[in-house]
Structure formats: structure tokens, C-alpha cells
Design a protein around this ligand. Structure first.
Ligand SMILES: *[C@@H]1O[C@H](CO)[C@@H](O)[C@H](O)[C@H]1NC(C)=O
Ligand SMILES: *[C@@H]1O[C@H](CO)[C@@H](O)[C@H](O)[C@H]1NC(C)=O
Length: 296
């Protein structure tokens, strides 16, 4: 019976230990692999004991852990010495620090990808960042001294910025990322010009008129509605369009680029068309295509 209880207890403890960090610990301390690091218990009590995670046994002095008053020094930090260090007096919990192994120099592949729907600061920059090794992530716009931003429910980060869309962008954005797992931490920077990541949302289209309907002389006049997130006045932030259409008699798809503004004319007998857009002057990325519009 006692054996079973002991087994159950150990089993539960190991589950707690392995459960991933899904948020950033409020208080954490970092050190690189093989380095030493000293944790200090912020208290005015003497005679304190340290514990690691849910272990009931207080930490005793070993080759890797040295105790000195309110300080605990961890020597030769490796994954197994990371975790939530708590310090206790005889009246209870006094302080805690989560010790993480800083892997910023060890980890190499981390892709933060950002896009923005406009140059305007009325829209946030959308970034994606994932890694198999880490379980919680946060980003901040360091250039504009922004706050840390966590992932939204669908996994993207939305970062505010103060880029002035009326003037030439002179300073790159600097996005700083931090990630943690149960044992480890990493930090990385990603720097870019907003103009290189702008990708407008997809435009809308409506057909205004069709002349000579059904003949080869057919002329369709359509109106392209700029994405709702595109800044106004639209005459000041012009878009360039690409139109794709299907030719009725052979089903062939053709594309054409147009710069004439939001009213576009298409000649010939076609069955369906769609449009995408990009910034005319700064040559942003293309938006996604609008939905196909059927022409009867
Ligand atoms: C660490 O321990 C303290 C004290 O029990 C607790 O308040 C805190 O949430 C713990 N942190 C993590 C990340 O488990
Ligand atoms: C980010 O972009 C890089 C290269 O452009 C790509 O390899 C990577 O898969 C992208 N990552 C995400 C999270 O979209």
C-alpha cells in the first residue's frame, strides 16, 4: 500500500514537472548552459529553505547547489536544474524565481514572419512565430518601445506600431521575440521595413455595366472596392490591380495589370473574373485574389 502511494505520488510529481509552461513566469532568471547563477530570496527572515518545483524535500548543499544565507547558487546549469525555485521560512512561502536555461545562442532556426495590411498605424502588424521546442511566445515592437504581446487564440500576434504612412519610412521596425519552455528560454530579434511586409487585404468587386453582352465586343465595367482596412483617402493611397479572367470560348485564363484606379474595363467575352491589389507607389506584396465573380 505504502509502495503504491509512493509510486502514485512520484508519478503525479513527474506529471507536474513535465507539464509545459504555457505562459511566461512572472519572475524568472536566466543563465546560459554550464554557467553559475545565484538566486536571492527577497525576505527579511533568516533561516530559509529552498525547494525546486513541487519537491517536498528542501534543497541541500551539493556539488551543483551552494547555499549561503538568502542566496542559492546553482553551478553548471543544465536542463535538470531549471524550474520554479521557492524559498520558505518557518512561517511559509517567502519568494520564488523561475530559473531558465538561456538557449538564445544555441537555437538557430526561428522564423518570425510578419505582414501588415496597410502602412497606416491604424492597423496592427500581424506576426507568426512557432517552434517545436518552446511552448509560450511573446513579441514586442522594440523600435516603438511597445509592450509585450501574446498570441491571439488563432496563434497570431498583433503588434501596434507608430509608422507614419504619410512620409518615407526611414527606420526599420525591430521586433523582439522571447520564448520559453519548461526548462528553457530564447530571445531573438527580427528587423524589417514595413513597406517590405505590407500585403493588402483582398479587394471586393462589383460589375457596374455590361455593353454588347455576349458578343466578342463585350465590354464589362467593374468597380474594385479597396480593402476595408486600406487607408483613406483612397486617392492619396492608390492601388494597382491585377485582373484575371476566363475567356468564354476556350476556357483560357488571362491576367492583366491595371493602374487606372478603381473603375476597370475588360473587353471580350468572358465567363468569370477576379482581382487582386497592391500599393501602386511603394509596390507592396500582392493581396490574395478576390472571390471569382461570374459574368453571365
Ligand atoms: C512558482 O511558484 C510560485 C509559488 O508557489 C507560484 O506562485 C508561481 O505561479 C509558480 N510559477 C510557475 C511558473 O509555476
Ligand atoms: C516564415 O517564412 C519563412 C521563409 O520566408 C518560411 O520558411 C517559414 O516557414 C515561415 N514561417 C511561418 C511561421 O510562416
Amino acid at each position: 500500500m505504502a509502495g503504491l502511494m509512493k509510486f502514485t505520488l512520484l508519478f503525479c510529481l513527474s506529471i507536474v514537472r513535465m507539464s509545459a509552461l504555457n505562459i511566461f513566469p512572472e519572475k524568472f532568471k536566466l543563465a546560459e548552459r554550464s554557467k553559475s547563477v545565484t538566486l536571492t530570496c527577497r525576505t527579511d527572515k533568516d533561516n530559509i529553505k529552498w525547494r525546486l518545483d513541487d519537491s517536498i524535500q528542501p534543497i541541500s548543499e551539493t556539488e551543483f547547489e551552494k547555499l549561503n544565507g538568502r542566496d542559492l547558487t546553482v553551478i553548471n546549469l543544465q536542463e535538470d536544474l531549471t524550474g520554479n525555485y521557492t524559498c520558505w521560512s518557518d512561517t511559509g512561502l517567502e519568494d520564488y524565481t523561475y530559473l531558465l536555461l538561456d538557449k538564445s545562442k544555441e537555437v538557430t532556426a526561428f522564423n518570425i514572419n510578419c505582414t501588415a495590411e496597410t502602412f497606416s498605424c491604424s492597423q496592427k502588424i500581424k506576426c507568426a512565430w512557432t517552434s517545436d521546442e518552446f511552448t509560450a511566445f511573446r513579441l514586442r515592437n522594440t523600435r516603438d518601445d511597445g509592450d509585450w504581446v501574446s498570441q491571439s487564440v488563432d496563434g497570431d500576434f498583433f503588434l501596434p506600431h507608430s509608422t507614419n504612412s504619410y512620409s518615407e519610412e526611414s527606420e526599420r521596425l525591430l521586433i523582439t521575440g522571447e520564448a520559453v519552455s519548461t526548462c528553457c528560454y530564447m530571445k531573438t530579434d527580427y528587423s524589417f521595413y514595413l513597406r517590405d511586409v505590407v500585403k493588402p487585404a483582398d479587394p471586393g468587386i462589383s460589375i457596374c455595366s455590361i455593353e454588347n453582352e455576349g458578343s466578342d465586343e463585350q465590354i464589362i465595367e467593374l468597380e474594385v472596392k479597396p480593402p476595408s482596412t486600406w487607408p483613406q483617402p483612397h486617392s492619396f493611397f492608390p492601388l494597382k490591380h491585377e485582373i484575371e479572367y476566363e475567356i468564354r470560348h476556350n476556357g483560357e485564363l488571362k491576367t492583366e495589370e491595371r493602374e487606372e484606379g478603381s473603375k476597370i474595363k475588360v473587353k471580350g467575352s468572358i465567363t468569370k473574373l477576379r482581382v487582386r491589389c497592391r500599393d501602386l507607389l511603394l509596390l507592396s506584396q500582392w493581396s490574395e485574389w478576390s472571390k471569382w465573380k461570374n459574368v453571365n
